[in-house]
Design a protein around this ligand. Structure first.
Ligand code: ZN
Ligand code: ZN
Length: 741
């Protein structure tokens, strides 16, 4: 009995080889009709005896597709003679294209197949791999709406494109040496180097110790061999910051403690930077002075070819932008910003429409949500109205909610300079263009002076959207757990509802109603941001007494400097009050002489964690007190205890490691104890944990252990960053729930 139907498929069904998949299944089941893209959807007219089997097959989708729904509607008329793929139409946007996808094993095989059409071609891709988000201008996903539109396919590429038996059937990024993007090598003074194989030449230049800017999928990297790392650090003026490396998998396995899951993640279609514990924590100090190493494997054709010419086991590969700034995407921008830093530029002629930095993951938790992960789509129903979350200030992302899904952008950076502010606006424009929502609500940070807050206000005037401010740490918890819970938000700094700076918070409730039932002891932060850069200021802010002064005098502090600091604290001049967990860890790092100046984000706390690595902590008494209704962990007492121990043996490295471990451990126990107490009195048995400090393995595990021992379930989000990359998502959740009240 012939059956027929008009089928609508929603989800991530464009840019994942869905139309050719539908075509192949239709032919296999003798189905007549057609398939086409509309907006973000795939639509099919189908006639045939095997209609039901055809539908069953469609439900399986392609490896990279995500099907939200398959609807079947009545279809009239008579079937055409065959099945065909039709031109796309504009239409409703409920789904999305996938993030950029690492070059698949088949394409890598093609690149290294002698005499093959793709031999040695750096931009080889197929329906299962290649750039997507970074090249798309708008939906539906077709070549003419991507950065590939300026490369008309040659005859052979056209043949493969229209061949249903080919892996590149309807692959929008199909390209070869003859018709696709080309590579170019430039000297440091911008002259083109004519060379038949720019990648091979780049490998030689790298081996000779040169530093080369390499244009990738979502922006420029700076690459060099390990021996040149010191030179690179000097040129960048970043002598302490760990670099990420790109290495062969065998080398990574030899040098790090990589788990099976981490190995899979490393070489997945996401191919992020995976932060791994070194086998020997002191090894590769010139790349990272921490006990960890950020590793990735080659993930584009260009990388695979480069490594095939390279004898070195790994390359340092760091994003070419200054930390917190947007990725450099154009050659001109690279010329301007990297003069004096790189010796050569290896670039290609495919435009980067949307920037995308490398994603970073540690212990299964996302540190930087970017290439391969983002745009990240989360199924969550927050009502009928479209919501925009403009994010915090640092490590920002933005999130757009529409039609039952949150779409979170790639990592934007620190939105406190014109460049990153511009990138924030560009990213919002891109998401609005892809999804075309009618934004009714704009959620933003409580901080009145953030640029992301300012933009929320500007945009609300244009769109008539309602503004909903969301407290930073409540956004962390809303991003982690949508049910009633005890929420622990431990991070750097965020604007609190009482106008002070929060960062070690325990809440009870669910979005949008949270009670602040606990926090760290409010302490002084002399000099505001200066105390972040110079953590010894923080140490004095927490312990402003003679013993701290004596200690600081044994270091580089002068009597005069100390007098100024003392006055600043006693008069509370330019001295903020904070409950930040990050700042307390900074103070401990400063006390122990582990980090006296912060040169990159999170440095003191990360170095404290590294120093503590491998030491087993002592159990200290947990000093709890109360301020109003809230239970408070007395961090001053904890730090005093650490100081007393330190002053007994200030030059004993193993004693210092022990104190570092004990301090972290007991801080975590204290925070977890407050959360458990709050859970007991509220009758709640779920604890949600978020915030940048939760990346600290000992702190996260200790909180988990205490929670478990007391019968609580601990929720930590594996799908969103624990740091501020989750804030925009949390803002949307909070605002959506608030609007429904
Ligand atoms: Zn492929
Ligand atoms: Zn071609």
């Amino acid at each position: 009995m012939p059956k027929q139907g008009y089928i609508i498929i929603r989800g991530i069904v464009q840019g994942v080889g869905f139309r050719p998949f539908v075509y192949a299944r239709a032919i296999a089941h003798s189905i007549h009709g057609s398939v086409w893209n509309t907006g973000s959807e795939v639509r099919i007219n189908a006639w045939g005896d095997n209609f039901d089997d055809f539908i069953e097959d469609l439900k399986r989708g392609t490896p990279l597709s995500i099907i939200d729904s398959i609807e079947i509607h009545p279809l009239s008329g008579s079937p055409p003679d065959s099945f065909s793929i039709l031109k796309s139409h504009d239409g409703i946007r409920t789904g999305l294209i996938p993030p950029d996808i690492a070059t698949c094993p088949e394409c890598v095989h093609d690149i290294f197949t002698q005499g093959g059409r793709y031999e040695g071609y750096f931009a080889t891709s197929c329906v299962n791999c290649g750039p997507r988000y970074s090249i798309i201008k708008t939906l539906p996903y077709d070549r003419e709406r991507t950065a590939m539109d300026i490369f008309p396919p040659c005859l052979e590429c056209s043949d493969e494109y229209s061949d249903p038996s080919c892996r590149r059937h309807h692959a929008q990024t199909i390209a070869c040496e003859l018709c696709g993007p080309v590579l170019m090598l430039h000297t440091g003074d911008r002259q083109v180097i004519n060379v038949s194989n720019p990648i091979q030449r780049t490998a030689e230049l790298l081996e000779q110790g040169n530093i080369v800017a390499i244009r990738g999928i979502g922006g420029f990297h700076i690459a060099c061999i390990g021996e040149s790392s010191k030179e690179l650090k000097n040129r960048l003026g970043r002598t302490e910051q760990p670099f990420a490396i790109m290495a062969r998998k065998e080398w990574i396995k030899k040098e790090t403690m990589i788990s099976h899951e981490e190995e899979e993640m490393l070489q997945s279609e996401i191919s992020p930077i995976v932060i791994l514990d070194k086998k020997n924590s002191r090894a590769h100090d010139h790349i990272s002075s921490l006990h960890t190493l950020g590793c990735m494997v080659p993930y584009t054709g260009l990388h695979h070819l480069l490594f095939s010419h390279l004898k070195a086991p790994y390359l340092i590969m760091t994003s070419a932008n200054a930390p917190g700034y947007p990725m450099i995407t154009t050659l001109n921008d690279a010329f301007v910003k990297l003069t004096g830093i790189v010796d050569y530029y290896l670039t290609h002629t495919r435009d980067i429409v949307n920037r995308c930095d490398d994603s970073v993951i540690r212990n299964g938790y996302i540190i930087r949500l970017s290439r391969g992960f983002a745009p990240k789509r989360t199924k969550i129903f927050l009502g009928e109205k479209a919501i925009l979350g403009t994010g915090p200030e640092l490590n920002s992302t933005v999130t757009l909610y529409t039609h039952g899904f949150c779409i979170t952008s790639p990592h934007i950076g620190n939105v406190r300079n014109p460049g990153t502010y511009g990138y924030l606006k560009e990213t919002i424009a891109c998401l609005r263009d892809l999804m075309q929502p009618d934004i009714s609500i704009i959620a933003h940070d409580l901080h009145p002076q953030f640029l992301s807050t300012r933009y929320a206000k500007e945009l609300s005037e244009v769109t008539d959207a309602v503004l909903i401010p969301v407290q930073h740490h409540q956004a962390h918890i809303a991003a982690t757990c949508q049910e009633e819970c005890i929420g622990i938000a431990i991070d750097g700094v965020g604007y609190g509802s009482d106008g002070t700076i929060w960062g070690g918070e325990i809440f009870e409730g669910s979005a949008p109603e949270y009670n602040r039932v606990g926090h760290l002891m409010p302490v002084l932060m002399p000099g505001g941001d200066l105390a972040t850069t110079w953590p010894e200021r923080m140490l004095y802010g927490i312990l402003p007494d003679e013993k701290t002064k004596e200690l600081l005098l044994t270091r580089t502090w002068t009597e005069k400097d100390l007098l100024i600091l003392e006055k600043q604290v006693s008069r509370r001049f330019n001295t903020a009050i904070t409950t930040s967990t990050g700042r307390v860890l900074d103070a401990a790092a400063a006390l122990l002489g582990i980090c006296r100046k912060k040169t990159y984000d999170g440095e003191p706390a990360m170095k404290l964690e590294s120093a503590a690595f491998g030491s087993s902590p002592d159990t200290w008494e947990i000093p709890l007190t109360r301020i109003g209704e809230a239970q408070v962990l007395d961090t001053q007492s904890l730090l005093k205890k650490a100081r007393d121990l330190y002053l007994q043996n200030p030059f004993d490295t193993s004693a210092i490691k022990q104190i570092a471990a004990s301090f972290q451990y007991n801080l975590a126990r204290g925070i977890a104890t407050i959360a458990c107490n709050a859970g007991a009195s509220a009758g709640i048995n779920t604890i949600a944990l978020s915030g940048g400090v939760a990346y600290n393995e000992m702190i996260r595990k200790t909180i988990g252990d205490v929670a478990q021992q007391n019968g609580y379930t601990l929720i930590v989000n594996h799908d969103m960053p624990l740091g501020d990359g989750c804030i925009s998502f949390g803002q949307c959740v909070f605002a959506g729930k608030k609007d429904k009240l």
